[in-house]
Write a protein that binds this ligand. Sequence first.
Ligand SMILES: Cc1cc2nc3c(=O)[nH]c(=O)nc-3n(C[C@H](O)[C@H](O)[C@H](O)COP(=O)(O)OP(=O)(O)OC[C@H]3O[C@@H](n4cnc5c(N)ncnc54)[C@H](O)[C@@H]3O)c2cc1C
Length: 431
Amino acid sequence: MPDRLESQHDKTTNAQTPGISQRGIRRQVNRAPLYKGLLPFPILNLRALPLSSNDRVVVLGCGMGGLATSSLLAERAPSASITIVEQKKTFEFSPSFSLLAIGRREPGTVRRALSIPKKRRLQLINDRVRSIVTSSKMVKTKSEELHYDHLVISMGVDYSLGEVPGLEKYAHQFYDFDSAMKLRDALEGLENGRLLIGISRLPIKCPVAPYGLALLLQDHFARAKKKVTIEFFTPEPHPAPAAGPVIGKQVERLLAAKGIAFRPKVKLSKVEKETVVFEGKTELPYDLLIVVPPHKCPSAVVEAGLTDSSGWVPVSPQTLATRFERVYAIGDVTAIETPHAHVPFLPKSGSFAIGQAEVVSNNIAMSITGRGERKIWDGTGSCFLEVNRGESAMLRGEFLSNPPRLEFHPPRRKWQVEKTKLEDYWMTRRF
Ligand SMILES: Cc1cc2nc3c(=O)[nH]c(=O)nc-3n(C[C@H](O)[C@H](O)[C@H](O)COP(=O)(O)OP(=O)(O)OC[C@H]3O[C@@H](n4cnc5c(N)ncnc54)[C@H](O)[C@@H]3O)c2cc1C
Protein backbone atom coordinates (compact mmCIF):
# COMPACT_ATOMS: atom_id res chain seq x y z
CA MET A 1 0.00 0.00 0.00
CA PRO A 2 1.86 3.09 -1.17
CA ASP A 3 0.32 5.52 1.26
CA ARG A 4 0.99 3.57 4.43
CA LEU A 5 3.52 5.35 6.58
CA GLU A 6 3.70 2.98 9.45
CA SER A 7 2.65 -0.55 10.11
CA GLN A 8 3.33 -2.86 13.01
CA HIS A 9 2.38 -6.39 12.12
CA ASP A 10 2.68 -9.43 14.28
CA LYS A 11 0.84 -12.57 15.18
CA THR A 12 -2.73 -12.34 16.40
CA THR A 13 -3.48 -14.17 19.62
CA ASN A 14 -6.30 -16.66 19.60
CA ALA A 15 -7.44 -16.15 23.14
CA GLN A 16 -10.39 -18.29 24.06
CA THR A 17 -13.37 -17.10 26.03
CA PRO A 18 -13.48 -18.87 29.39
CA GLY A 19 -16.27 -21.40 29.51
CA ILE A 20 -16.87 -21.42 25.75
CA SER A 21 -15.17 -23.96 23.54
CA GLN A 22 -13.88 -22.96 20.12
CA ARG A 23 -16.37 -25.40 18.56
CA GLY A 24 -19.45 -23.59 17.43
CA ILE A 25 -17.79 -20.20 17.64
CA ARG A 26 -17.09 -18.25 14.51
CA ARG A 27 -14.57 -15.45 14.81
CA GLN A 28 -16.16 -12.23 13.74
CA VAL A 29 -15.19 -11.60 10.14
CA ASN A 30 -14.30 -8.22 8.77
CA ARG A 31 -17.32 -7.58 6.58
CA ALA A 32 -16.52 -3.98 5.77
CA PRO A 33 -13.14 -3.19 4.26
CA LEU A 34 -12.76 -0.05 6.30
CA TYR A 35 -13.90 1.26 9.66
CA LYS A 36 -15.42 -2.03 10.48
CA GLY A 37 -18.75 -1.96 12.17
CA LEU A 38 -19.63 1.60 11.24
CA LEU A 39 -20.78 0.63 7.75
CA PRO A 40 -24.14 -1.01 6.97
CA PHE A 41 -24.74 -4.32 8.69
CA PRO A 42 -25.67 -7.54 7.00
CA ILE A 43 -29.36 -8.25 7.35
CA LEU A 44 -30.38 -11.76 8.31
CA ASN A 45 -33.87 -12.81 7.34
CA LEU A 46 -34.94 -14.96 10.24
CA ARG A 47 -38.46 -16.31 10.51
CA ALA A 48 -40.51 -15.05 13.47
CA LEU A 49 -40.51 -17.53 16.35
CA PRO A 50 -42.97 -17.87 19.23
CA LEU A 51 -42.42 -15.81 22.36
CA SER A 52 -40.62 -17.50 25.24
CA SER A 53 -39.48 -16.46 28.70
CA ASN A 54 -36.04 -15.94 27.16
CA ASP A 55 -36.88 -13.12 24.85
CA ARG A 56 -37.14 -9.86 26.82
CA VAL A 57 -34.11 -7.76 25.88
CA VAL A 58 -33.52 -4.37 27.45
CA VAL A 59 -30.89 -2.09 25.89
CA LEU A 60 -29.71 0.86 27.99
CA GLY A 61 -28.57 3.84 25.94
CA CYS A 62 -29.25 4.57 22.29
CA GLY A 63 -25.99 6.04 21.07
CA MET A 64 -23.85 4.19 18.57
CA GLY A 65 -23.66 0.92 20.51
CA GLY A 66 -27.30 0.82 21.65
CA LEU A 67 -28.73 1.79 18.26
CA ALA A 68 -26.64 -0.85 16.49
CA THR A 69 -27.44 -3.57 19.05
CA SER A 70 -31.18 -3.02 19.06
CA SER A 71 -31.59 -2.67 15.30
CA LEU A 72 -29.45 -5.73 14.58
CA LEU A 73 -31.27 -7.75 17.20
CA ALA A 74 -34.65 -6.77 15.77
CA GLU A 75 -33.48 -8.13 12.41
CA ARG A 76 -31.97 -11.30 13.80
CA ALA A 77 -34.58 -12.23 16.40
CA PRO A 78 -37.88 -10.81 15.12
CA SER A 79 -39.79 -12.49 17.96
CA ALA A 80 -37.78 -10.77 20.69
CA SER A 81 -39.33 -8.07 22.82
CA ILE A 82 -36.76 -5.28 22.67
CA THR A 83 -36.96 -2.22 24.89
CA ILE A 84 -34.47 0.63 24.58
CA VAL A 85 -34.10 3.26 27.28
CA GLU A 86 -32.53 6.55 26.22
CA GLN A 87 -32.52 9.87 28.07
CA LYS A 88 -32.12 12.03 24.95
CA LYS A 89 -34.66 12.59 22.19
CA THR A 90 -31.96 12.73 19.55
CA PHE A 91 -29.16 10.69 18.03
CA GLU A 92 -25.93 12.61 17.46
CA PHE A 93 -22.93 11.72 15.31
CA SER A 94 -20.19 12.86 17.68
CA PRO A 95 -17.26 12.24 15.25
CA SER A 96 -18.50 15.37 13.44
CA PHE A 97 -18.63 17.65 16.52
CA SER A 98 -15.26 19.18 15.58
CA LEU A 99 -16.66 20.11 12.14
CA LEU A 100 -19.75 21.52 13.86
CA ALA A 101 -17.54 23.66 16.11
CA ILE A 102 -15.62 25.18 13.21
CA GLY A 103 -18.79 25.87 11.21
CA ARG A 104 -18.34 23.18 8.54
CA ARG A 105 -21.45 21.31 9.64
CA GLU A 106 -24.88 22.61 10.59
CA PRO A 107 -26.72 21.20 13.62
CA GLY A 108 -29.22 19.29 11.44
CA THR A 109 -26.45 17.39 9.67
CA VAL A 110 -24.99 15.83 12.83
CA ARG A 111 -28.12 15.39 14.97
CA ARG A 112 -31.48 13.82 14.25
CA ALA A 113 -34.64 12.79 16.11
CA LEU A 114 -34.77 9.26 17.53
CA SER A 115 -37.86 7.44 16.38
CA ILE A 116 -38.94 3.89 15.68
CA PRO A 117 -41.05 2.94 12.67
CA LYS A 118 -44.41 1.50 13.76
CA LYS A 119 -43.82 -1.83 12.03
CA ARG A 120 -40.78 -2.70 14.17
CA ARG A 121 -41.29 -4.66 17.41
CA LEU A 122 -39.16 -2.26 19.39
CA GLN A 123 -40.08 0.03 22.21
CA LEU A 124 -38.15 3.22 22.86
CA ILE A 125 -38.57 4.65 26.35
CA ASN A 126 -37.43 8.23 26.53
CA ASP A 127 -36.35 8.31 30.15
CA ARG A 128 -33.32 8.25 32.40
CA VAL A 129 -32.04 4.95 33.82
CA ARG A 130 -32.07 5.37 37.58
CA SER A 131 -30.94 1.94 38.74
CA ILE A 132 -30.02 -1.52 37.54
CA VAL A 133 -30.91 -4.37 39.91
CA THR A 134 -29.13 -7.46 38.62
CA SER A 135 -30.38 -9.67 41.50
CA SER A 136 -33.98 -9.27 40.31
CA LYS A 137 -33.13 -8.70 36.60
CA MET A 138 -34.77 -5.31 36.60
CA VAL A 139 -34.05 -1.75 35.48
CA LYS A 140 -35.76 1.25 37.04
CA THR A 141 -36.31 4.51 35.22
CA LYS A 142 -38.09 7.57 36.59
CA SER A 143 -41.46 6.16 35.57
CA GLU A 144 -41.05 2.44 34.81
CA GLU A 145 -39.76 -0.88 36.10
CA LEU A 146 -38.47 -3.06 33.29
CA HIS A 147 -37.78 -6.78 33.64
CA TYR A 148 -35.23 -8.38 31.35
CA ASP A 149 -33.97 -11.78 30.30
CA HIS A 150 -30.95 -10.19 28.56
CA LEU A 151 -29.57 -6.76 29.39
CA VAL A 152 -27.19 -4.74 27.19
CA ILE A 153 -25.59 -1.70 28.80
CA SER A 154 -24.38 0.85 26.26
CA MET A 155 -24.64 4.05 28.30
CA GLY A 156 -21.36 5.64 27.25
CA VAL A 157 -19.67 8.10 29.59
CA ASP A 158 -20.63 11.06 31.76
CA TYR A 159 -18.41 14.12 32.10
CA SER A 160 -16.94 15.08 35.43
CA LEU A 161 -16.21 18.78 35.05
CA GLY A 162 -15.95 19.36 38.82
CA GLU A 163 -12.77 17.25 38.97
CA VAL A 164 -10.65 20.18 37.76
CA PRO A 165 -11.29 23.51 39.52
CA GLY A 166 -12.20 26.29 37.09
CA LEU A 167 -12.78 23.93 34.13
CA GLU A 168 -16.52 24.49 33.89
CA LYS A 169 -16.21 28.25 34.31
CA TYR A 170 -13.37 29.06 31.91
CA ALA A 171 -12.86 26.21 29.43
CA HIS A 172 -14.72 25.30 26.26
CA GLN A 173 -15.07 21.73 25.04
CA PHE A 174 -16.51 19.92 22.02
CA TYR A 175 -17.39 16.47 23.40
CA ASP A 176 -21.14 17.09 23.44
CA PHE A 177 -23.45 18.82 21.00
CA ASP A 178 -24.35 21.90 23.08
CA SER A 179 -20.72 22.53 24.08
CA ALA A 180 -19.59 22.24 20.45
CA MET A 181 -22.19 24.88 19.51
CA LYS A 182 -20.97 27.23 22.27
CA LEU A 183 -17.39 26.70 21.13
CA ARG A 184 -18.47 27.61 17.60
CA ASP A 185 -19.63 31.05 18.80
CA ALA A 186 -16.39 31.56 20.74
CA LEU A 187 -14.23 30.60 17.75
CA GLU A 188 -16.11 33.02 15.51
CA GLY A 189 -15.26 35.81 17.95
CA LEU A 190 -11.54 34.97 18.14
CA GLU A 191 -9.60 37.30 15.86
CA ASN A 192 -6.05 36.58 17.06
CA GLY A 193 -4.15 35.40 20.13
CA ARG A 194 -3.28 32.18 21.85
CA LEU A 195 -5.48 29.10 21.67
CA LEU A 196 -4.75 26.28 24.09
CA ILE A 197 -6.27 22.87 23.47
CA GLY A 198 -5.74 19.88 25.68
CA ILE A 199 -6.80 16.73 27.49
CA SER A 200 -7.48 16.94 31.23
CA ARG A 201 -7.63 13.28 32.31
CA LEU A 202 -7.50 9.80 30.78
CA PRO A 203 -9.23 7.78 29.45
CA ILE A 204 -11.17 9.78 26.87
CA LYS A 205 -13.36 8.87 23.92
CA CYS A 206 -11.65 8.79 20.54
CA PRO A 207 -8.19 9.82 21.76
CA VAL A 208 -7.22 11.31 18.37
CA ALA A 209 -10.26 13.64 18.20
CA PRO A 210 -8.61 16.56 20.10
CA TYR A 211 -5.53 16.32 17.86
CA GLY A 212 -7.82 16.43 14.84
CA LEU A 213 -9.53 19.54 16.20
CA ALA A 214 -6.15 21.27 16.73
CA LEU A 215 -5.16 20.54 13.11
CA LEU A 216 -8.55 21.62 11.75
CA LEU A 217 -8.39 24.86 13.75
CA GLN A 218 -4.94 25.69 12.44
CA ASP A 219 -6.24 25.22 8.88
CA HIS A 220 -9.39 27.19 9.70
CA PHE A 221 -7.52 30.23 11.10
CA ALA A 222 -4.92 30.17 8.32
CA ARG A 223 -7.67 30.32 5.69
CA ALA A 224 -9.40 33.14 7.56
CA LYS A 225 -6.01 34.94 7.78
CA LYS A 226 -6.35 35.17 11.56
CA LYS A 227 -3.16 35.20 13.60
CA VAL A 228 -3.90 32.51 16.16
CA THR A 229 -1.13 30.36 17.67
CA ILE A 230 -2.13 26.91 18.88
CA GLU A 231 -0.56 24.85 21.65
CA PHE A 232 -1.62 21.33 22.69
CA PHE A 233 -1.23 19.78 26.16
CA THR A 234 -1.95 16.25 27.41
CA PRO A 235 -1.10 13.81 30.22
CA GLU A 236 -0.32 11.21 27.50
CA PRO A 237 3.32 10.41 26.69
CA HIS A 238 2.53 10.86 22.98
CA PRO A 239 -0.63 11.14 20.84
CA ALA A 240 -2.85 8.06 20.52
CA PRO A 241 -0.97 5.94 23.09
CA ALA A 242 -3.01 2.82 22.29
CA ALA A 243 -1.47 2.88 18.83
CA GLY A 244 2.08 2.92 20.21
CA PRO A 245 4.97 5.41 20.01
CA VAL A 246 5.71 4.95 16.30
CA ILE A 247 2.23 6.00 15.19
CA GLY A 248 2.20 8.63 17.96
CA LYS A 249 5.24 10.18 16.27
CA GLN A 250 3.34 10.42 12.97
CA VAL A 251 0.66 12.47 14.68
CA GLU A 252 3.30 14.64 16.40
CA ARG A 253 4.84 15.31 12.97
CA LEU A 254 1.47 16.46 11.64
CA LEU A 255 1.22 18.92 14.56
CA ALA A 256 4.79 20.14 14.11
CA ALA A 257 4.29 20.66 10.36
CA LYS A 258 1.47 23.06 11.20
CA GLY A 259 3.40 24.92 13.88
CA ILE A 260 1.30 23.51 16.74
CA ALA A 261 3.43 23.28 19.90
CA PHE A 262 3.03 19.95 21.74
CA ARG A 263 3.36 19.56 25.49
CA PRO A 264 2.99 15.88 26.61
CA LYS A 265 2.97 14.36 30.14
CA VAL A 266 1.33 17.31 31.89
CA LYS A 267 -1.62 16.98 34.26
CA LEU A 268 -4.01 19.90 34.51
CA SER A 269 -4.54 20.89 38.15
CA LYS A 270 -6.70 24.02 37.77
CA VAL A 271 -7.96 26.60 35.32
CA GLU A 272 -7.95 30.31 36.08
CA LYS A 273 -9.02 33.27 34.02
CA GLU A 274 -6.54 33.39 31.11
CA THR A 275 -4.11 30.85 32.71
CA VAL A 276 -4.00 27.08 33.11
CA VAL A 277 -1.98 25.55 35.94
CA PHE A 278 -0.44 22.06 35.74
CA GLU A 279 0.77 19.83 38.56
CA GLY A 280 4.28 21.06 39.43
CA LYS A 281 3.00 24.65 39.13
CA THR A 282 3.87 25.19 35.44
CA GLU A 283 1.48 27.73 33.96
CA LEU A 284 0.39 28.56 30.43
CA PRO A 285 -1.51 31.66 29.35
CA TYR A 286 -4.45 31.48 26.93
CA ASP A 287 -6.96 33.68 25.12
CA LEU A 288 -9.26 30.76 24.32
CA LEU A 289 -9.12 27.38 26.06
CA ILE A 290 -10.55 24.06 24.84
CA VAL A 291 -10.22 21.08 27.22
CA VAL A 292 -11.58 17.55 26.87
CA PRO A 293 -13.28 17.08 30.26
CA PRO A 294 -12.62 14.12 32.61
CA HIS A 295 -14.82 11.11 31.78
CA LYS A 296 -16.59 8.90 34.31
CA CYS A 297 -18.85 5.88 34.21
CA PRO A 298 -22.59 6.74 34.50
CA SER A 299 -23.64 6.60 38.16
CA ALA A 300 -26.44 4.03 37.67
CA VAL A 301 -23.83 1.59 36.35
CA VAL A 302 -21.43 2.23 39.23
CA GLU A 303 -24.18 1.93 41.85
CA ALA A 304 -25.26 -1.42 40.37
CA GLY A 305 -21.85 -2.84 41.30
CA LEU A 306 -20.88 -3.45 37.70
CA THR A 307 -17.57 -1.54 37.79
CA ASP A 308 -14.18 -2.48 39.23
CA SER A 309 -11.12 -0.50 40.36
CA SER A 310 -10.68 0.84 36.80
CA GLY A 311 -13.92 2.79 37.34
CA TRP A 312 -15.47 1.08 34.28
CA VAL A 313 -17.24 -2.22 33.56
CA PRO A 314 -14.90 -5.20 33.14
CA VAL A 315 -16.15 -7.58 30.43
CA SER A 316 -14.99 -10.62 28.56
CA PRO A 317 -13.16 -9.17 25.52
CA GLN A 318 -14.60 -11.88 23.31
CA THR A 319 -18.26 -11.94 24.40
CA LEU A 320 -18.69 -8.63 26.26
CA ALA A 321 -20.33 -10.55 29.12
CA THR A 322 -20.14 -8.92 32.55
CA ARG A 323 -19.82 -10.97 35.72
CA PHE A 324 -23.64 -10.99 35.98
CA GLU A 325 -25.60 -13.61 34.11
CA ARG A 326 -26.97 -12.41 30.74
CA VAL A 327 -25.79 -8.87 31.39
CA TYR A 328 -23.53 -7.47 28.66
CA ALA A 329 -21.75 -4.13 28.43
CA ILE A 330 -20.43 -2.61 25.22
CA GLY A 331 -18.72 0.56 24.05
CA ASP A 332 -17.38 3.39 26.14
CA VAL A 333 -18.76 2.09 29.44
CA THR A 334 -16.38 -0.90 29.39
CA ALA A 335 -12.78 -1.49 30.47
CA ILE A 336 -11.12 -4.14 28.31
CA GLU A 337 -7.57 -5.02 29.24
CA THR A 338 -5.07 -5.08 26.40
CA PRO A 339 -2.60 -7.95 26.15
CA HIS A 340 0.25 -5.56 25.21
CA ALA A 341 2.14 -2.76 26.92
CA HIS A 342 0.96 0.30 24.96
CA VAL A 343 -1.96 1.03 27.29
CA PRO A 344 -3.61 -1.03 30.04
CA PHE A 345 -7.12 -0.78 28.51
CA LEU A 346 -8.52 -0.44 25.01
CA PRO A 347 -9.34 3.13 24.00
CA LYS A 348 -12.96 4.27 23.84
CA SER A 349 -14.08 4.25 20.23
CA GLY A 350 -17.28 4.10 18.22
CA SER A 351 -15.82 1.46 15.93
CA PHE A 352 -15.30 -0.82 18.94
CA ALA A 353 -18.86 -0.16 20.18
CA ILE A 354 -20.30 -1.17 16.80
CA GLY A 355 -18.17 -4.30 16.44
CA GLN A 356 -19.21 -5.32 19.94
CA ALA A 357 -22.89 -4.62 19.15
CA GLU A 358 -22.57 -6.98 16.20
CA VAL A 359 -21.29 -9.79 18.45
CA VAL A 360 -23.68 -9.25 21.36
CA SER A 361 -26.77 -8.93 19.16
CA ASN A 362 -25.76 -12.08 17.26
CA ASN A 363 -25.24 -14.11 20.43
CA ILE A 364 -28.44 -12.95 22.13
CA ALA A 365 -30.39 -13.64 18.92
CA MET A 366 -28.87 -17.11 18.85
CA SER A 367 -29.90 -17.73 22.43
CA ILE A 368 -33.49 -16.63 21.63
CA THR A 369 -33.95 -18.33 18.26
CA GLY A 370 -31.70 -21.33 18.80
CA ARG A 371 -30.20 -20.68 15.37
CA GLY A 372 -26.92 -19.46 14.01
CA GLU A 373 -23.40 -19.59 15.34
CA ARG A 374 -21.80 -17.78 18.24
CA LYS A 375 -19.41 -14.97 17.39
CA ILE A 376 -16.53 -13.52 19.32
CA TRP A 377 -15.14 -10.00 19.10
CA ASP A 378 -11.64 -9.59 17.68
CA GLY A 379 -10.69 -6.08 18.86
CA THR A 380 -10.65 -4.52 15.40
CA GLY A 381 -11.22 -0.79 15.17
CA SER A 382 -10.35 2.35 13.27
CA CYS A 383 -10.74 6.08 13.31
CA PHE A 384 -10.19 9.09 11.10
CA LEU A 385 -8.00 12.05 11.96
CA GLU A 386 -9.21 15.09 10.08
CA VAL A 387 -6.32 17.39 9.29
CA ASN A 388 -7.67 20.10 6.98
CA ARG A 389 -10.56 21.05 4.74
CA GLY A 390 -9.82 18.35 2.16
CA GLU A 391 -7.95 15.52 3.87
CA SER A 392 -8.04 13.05 6.74
CA ALA A 393 -5.56 10.52 8.01
CA MET A 394 -6.75 7.07 9.11
CA LEU A 395 -5.66 4.72 11.85
CA ARG A 396 -6.87 1.15 12.08
CA GLY A 397 -5.80 -2.10 13.59
CA GLU A 398 -6.35 -5.19 15.67
CA PHE A 399 -5.94 -3.81 19.14
CA LEU A 400 -6.24 -7.12 20.99
CA SER A 401 -3.37 -8.80 19.17
CA ASN A 402 -0.05 -8.99 20.97
CA PRO A 403 1.68 -6.90 19.80
CA PRO A 404 -1.20 -5.06 18.15
CA ARG A 405 -1.38 -5.00 14.35
CA LEU A 406 -1.73 -1.32 13.54
CA GLU A 407 -1.66 0.88 10.47
CA PHE A 408 -1.43 4.63 10.11
CA HIS A 409 -2.47 6.04 6.73
CA PRO A 410 -1.34 9.61 6.15
CA PRO A 411 -3.73 12.36 5.08
CA ARG A 412 -5.57 11.74 1.81
CA ARG A 413 -8.81 12.96 0.35
CA LYS A 414 -10.17 9.40 0.17
CA TRP A 415 -10.25 9.06 3.97
CA GLN A 416 -12.26 12.23 4.24
CA VAL A 417 -14.70 10.87 1.67
CA GLU A 418 -15.03 7.67 3.75
CA LYS A 419 -15.70 9.69 6.90
CA THR A 420 -18.41 11.71 5.13
CA LYS A 421 -20.03 8.47 3.95
CA LEU A 422 -20.14 7.30 7.56
CA GLU A 423 -21.76 10.50 8.67
CA ASP A 424 -24.42 10.13 5.96
CA TYR A 425 -24.97 6.53 6.98
CA TRP A 426 -25.47 7.31 10.67
CA MET A 427 -27.63 10.32 10.02
CA THR A 428 -30.03 8.27 7.91
CA ARG A 429 -29.84 4.86 9.60
CA ARG A 430 -33.13 3.97 11.28
CA PHE A 431 -34.07 1.07 13.55
C1 LIG B 1 -15.70 14.59 19.48
C2 LIG B 1 -15.75 13.12 19.31
C3 LIG B 1 -15.21 12.53 18.17
C4 LIG B 1 -15.24 11.15 18.02
N1 LIG B 1 -14.71 10.60 16.88
C5 LIG B 1 -14.76 9.25 16.71
C6 LIG B 1 -14.25 8.65 15.52
O1 LIG B 1 -13.78 9.30 14.61
N2 LIG B 1 -14.31 7.30 15.43
C7 LIG B 1 -14.83 6.52 16.42
O2 LIG B 1 -14.86 5.29 16.28
N3 LIG B 1 -15.32 7.06 17.56
C8 LIG B 1 -15.31 8.41 17.71
N4 LIG B 1 -15.80 8.96 18.86
C9 LIG B 1 -16.23 8.09 19.95
C10 LIG B 1 -17.63 7.55 19.76
O3 LIG B 1 -18.55 8.60 19.60
C11 LIG B 1 -18.00 6.73 20.98
O4 LIG B 1 -16.96 5.82 21.25
C12 LIG B 1 -19.30 5.97 20.75
O5 LIG B 1 -20.35 6.89 20.63
C13 LIG B 1 -19.53 5.00 21.90
O6 LIG B 1 -20.80 4.41 21.78
P1 LIG B 1 -21.61 4.02 23.11
O7 LIG B 1 -22.86 3.42 22.62
O8 LIG B 1 -20.74 3.31 24.03
O9 LIG B 1 -21.90 5.44 23.80
P2 LIG B 1 -22.73 6.67 23.25
O10 LIG B 1 -22.76 6.69 21.77
O11 LIG B 1 -22.20 7.86 23.96
O12 LIG B 1 -24.20 6.38 23.75
C14 LIG B 1 -24.54 6.35 25.11
C15 LIG B 1 -26.01 6.71 25.23
O13 LIG B 1 -26.47 6.37 26.55
C16 LIG B 1 -27.33 7.39 26.98
N5 LIG B 1 -27.37 7.40 28.45
C17 LIG B 1 -26.35 7.60 29.30
N6 LIG B 1 -26.76 7.55 30.57
C18 LIG B 1 -28.09 7.30 30.51
C19 LIG B 1 -29.10 7.13 31.51
N7 LIG B 1 -28.84 7.19 32.82
N8 LIG B 1 -30.37 6.89 31.10
C20 LIG B 1 -30.68 6.82 29.76
N9 LIG B 1 -29.77 6.99 28.79
C21 LIG B 1 -28.50 7.20 29.15
C22 LIG B 1 -26.71 8.66 26.41
O14 LIG B 1 -27.65 9.72 26.35
C23 LIG B 1 -26.23 8.20 25.05
O15 LIG B 1 -27.18 8.43 24.04
C24 LIG B 1 -15.81 10.35 19.03
C25 LIG B 1 -16.37 10.93 20.17
C26 LIG B 1 -16.35 12.31 20.31
C27 LIG B 1 -16.98 12.93 21.53
